[in-house]
Design a protein around this ligand. Structure first.
Ligand code: FAD
Length: 365
């Protein structure tokens, strides 16, 4: 894990601002991160991965989140893609796809459609098997990392249920159209994906085809939620460090900002926010690592808490830095834009509230 952290730090260096302003990470850097197994670090060594447990991968994800939420977003997508293959693929499919994800290729995970955002049961993308061929037709929106991806893990309808299929991004009929102006995580390669009569071999259809969409999607989303939550803990760490350093050195009214009580309160709130987010992430990762039944719910709790704390914490950090943090590429300004998007993805704040309320109401999992 220490080696992975050092490699990540070396790859990002001081380039996060440049990537954010340019709206892209150099393709070679993305490939290198993938080749070193950093983007899906929980994949086992037998498939070329680093084999980290959820806690160690979470800490790596938080570190990435503290440096660059765009790269961290790619970790979330790649990890979700790998987990979906791990969970639903046969041994042959795991052997076919996982070494590609740890060997330099990247993947996007496509659920959302223009008419199916929070409500994935409204998906219209059709996956259909005819003999040795699987046909995929539909249109996905906002797929993180799709602009860099060579593989797309696509969810769609399959008969009266749902299915997941791995689609090469260069298959005939696939068209990838970058989201030109994302508000945050600007270098994460978000793109709309058009799938027009795409054909892939039948062995690209993961097992579980025909299962309810909620079951398939929740499995992938549980990884995504935990990853986003750890990323938000990293955002909070970066905001706390930046605000604390500034408040210690900047003087107004003859003393450091940190000695003014109202600013000191901002620092205390940020410190608590980071701890709260971290503890929720650690708990959910422990559930993952110990295979506990409450994992699904605890991943929702972690994502819900950490994303809300990150939004509030980033706003607080901008307040402490004031004009120094009011420039577009500054770490706290980036954090402010990036954090807000974390309240939307992998189940929005409202959808998380509904899931948690349902958990309370039914007393289930
Ligand atoms: P809507 O579903 O239209 O919701 C609008 C608002 O209404 C939200 O506040 C929502 O919480 C609220 N709402 C909806 N239903 C209810 C309800 N029943 N009760 C209460 N409130 C409700 N998709 C992918 O498939 N793959 C990706 O990699 C991916 N990456 C993304 C990255 C970013 C940065 C963003 C912004 C989006 C990404 N998405 C991705 C899409 C994302 O999953 C959707 O934006 C999300 O599911 C919300 O859907 P929507 O935007 O259509 O909002």
């Amino acid at each position: 894990a220490d080696g992975a952290r050092a490699a990540l730090g070396e790859l990002v260096g001081d380039r996060a601002e440049e990537w954010d302003l340019a709206g892209r990470i150099p393709a070679e850097t993305v490939r290198e991160a993938a080749r070193r197994g950093l983007l899906c670090a929980q994949v086992a060594a037998e498939h070329g991965g680093l084999g980290l447990d959820s806690r160690a991968n979470g800490e790596l994800t938080a570190y990435a989140g503290s440096l660059c939420s765009s790269l961290r977003s790619l970790m979330t997508s790649q990890g979700m893609a790998a987990w979906t293959v791990q969970r639903f693929g046969t041994a042959a499919q795991r052997g076919m796809f996982l070494p590609r994800l740890t060997g330099g290729e990247t993947a996007g995970v496509a659920f959302s459609e223009s008419g199916a955002g929070s409500d994935l049961s409204a998906m219209r993308t059709e996956i259909r098997r005819e003999g040795d061929t699987v046909h995929v037709t539909g249109a996905k929106v906002w797929v993180t990392g799709a602009a860099y991806a060579s593989l797309l893990v696509v969810f769609g309808t399959y008969g009266s249920g749902a299915a997941v299929v791995v689609v090469p991004a260069d298959a005939p009929g696939v068209r990838i159209e970058r989201v030109p102006d994302p508000m945050g995580c600007r270098a994460a390669g978000h793109a709309d994906v058009h799938l027009d009569g795409v054909r892939v071999p039948a062995d690209h259809l993961l097992s579980g085809a025909g299962l309810p969409v909620a079951l398939l999607a929740t499995t992938a989303l549980t990884y995504g939620r935990l990853s986003v939550a750890w990323g938000c803990a990293g955002i909070l760490r970066a905001c706390l460090d930046s605000a604390a350093a500034h408040a210690r050195t900047r003087e107004q009214f003859g003393k450091p900002l940190a000695d003014h009580q109202l600013v000191a309160r901002h620092l205390a709130e940020l410190a608590v926010a980071e701890q709260v987010a971290l503890r929720c992430c650690e708990h959910a990762s422990a559930c993952w690592d110990e295979n506990r039944p409450e994992l699904g719910t605890q991943a929702v709790v972690a994502k819900y808490v950490a994303s809300r704390e990150a939004v509030q914490g980033a706003a607080t950090a901008v307040q402490v830095l004031a004009s120094r943090g009011a420039r577009d590429g500054h770490p706290v300004a980036r954090a402010y834009r990036d954090a807000k998007l974390m309240e939307i993805i992998e189940g929005s704040t409202e959808i998380s509230q509904l899931l948690l309320a349902d958990h309370v109401r039914t007393g289930r999992g």
